[in-house]
Design a protein around this ligand. Structure first.
Ligand SMILES: C[S@@+](CC[C@H](N)C(=O)[O-])C[C@H]1O[C@@H](n2cnc3c(N)ncnc32)[C@H](O)[C@@H]1O
Length: 234
């Protein structure tokens, strides 16, 4: 199980790797919007992922687990030689991920599964990366708990996520009113999810988080940061 590069058809939401038309359309749309989307985040991501961009020295290659990696926009921020364990239930993204790994010199280990039940051994990861994923997962608490479980002591959870607008704001009312059509159009994304609060409450030893806004309509409010699990850093 979990062999390098092995991709089962029994994974993803409901236990099945997603290969349907909706999944295909979403993958096509996101892959084509990738450059425009990345321009919105590039500067912030360069700063956030700086610690992952440099080789870890003469030790073993760093292991980075990425959940919901989509078309692989984060591959460019990782050091060449990184072991990039990706859990992406939409099969239509897999060819993009293979190409991104090749382009950026990453050792891709693409695994079937979901963020809520990571097919990764406990304590095996130096870092877990999640960008624009926690809005879509079925169970945020389970996904965060899994991120903590797979991180080694002192390991870090890196995130960039869009979040609910402040309670009582006009934007929050729109996020709530339009959450169903938005979710339908955006592959299950919930615009009014309080992901920042959930990360703070997830039991990490330390959470560094900042809020920012991107020109993305209902999904404008964002948080980005690093949450560290307890224990002694290697
Ligand atoms: C908006 S896309 C973001 C993709 C990429 N991380 C990025 O920044 O462009 C959301 C991604 O989360 C994935 N996803 C949805 N539910 C998931 C789950 N339960 N576990 C892991 N990934 C999931 C989707 O297949 C998709 O690739």
């Amino acid at each position: 199980m979990c062999e390098k590069g092995a991709v089962s058809t029994r994974a993803g939401r409901g236990g099945v790797l997603r290969r349907g038309l909706r999944a295909r359309l979403f993958a096509w749309q996101l892959a084509h919007a990738a450059d425009a989307q990345e321009a919105l985040y590039a500067e912030r991501k360069r700063a956030l992922f700086a610690g992952l961009a440099t080789p870890p020295g003469c030790g073993p290659p760093r292991t980075v687990v990425e959940i919901g990696a989509g078309a692989g926009p984060n591959a460019r921020y990782l050091a060449r030689g990184t072991r990039w364990v990706v859990v992406e239930p939409n099969a239509w993204f897999h060819p993009h991920l293979r190409r991104a790994a090749e382009r950026h010199g990453l050792d891709l280990d693409l695994r079937p599964g979901t963020a809520e039940a990571l097919p990764v051994e406990g304590g095996a990861a130096d870092a877990v990366v999640s960008t624009l994923v926690l809005c879509s997962v079925g169970d945020v608490e389970a996904a965060l708990s899994e991120a903590r479980r797979v991180l080694r002591p002192g390991g870090r959870f890196y995130f960039v996520e869009h979040v609910a607008a402040p309670p009582g704001s006009g934007l929050r009312a729109w996020q709530r009113a339009l959450r169903r059509p938005w979710g339908w159009a955006a592959d299950g994304c919930r615009p009014d999810r309080e992901t920042g609060r959930r990360i703070r409450e997830a039991g990490f030893a330390d959470v560094q988080m900042e809020a920012f806004t991107a020109p993305l309509g209902l999904a404008a409010p964002h948080v980005a940061g690093v949450a560290t699990v307890g224990g002694i850093e290697r």
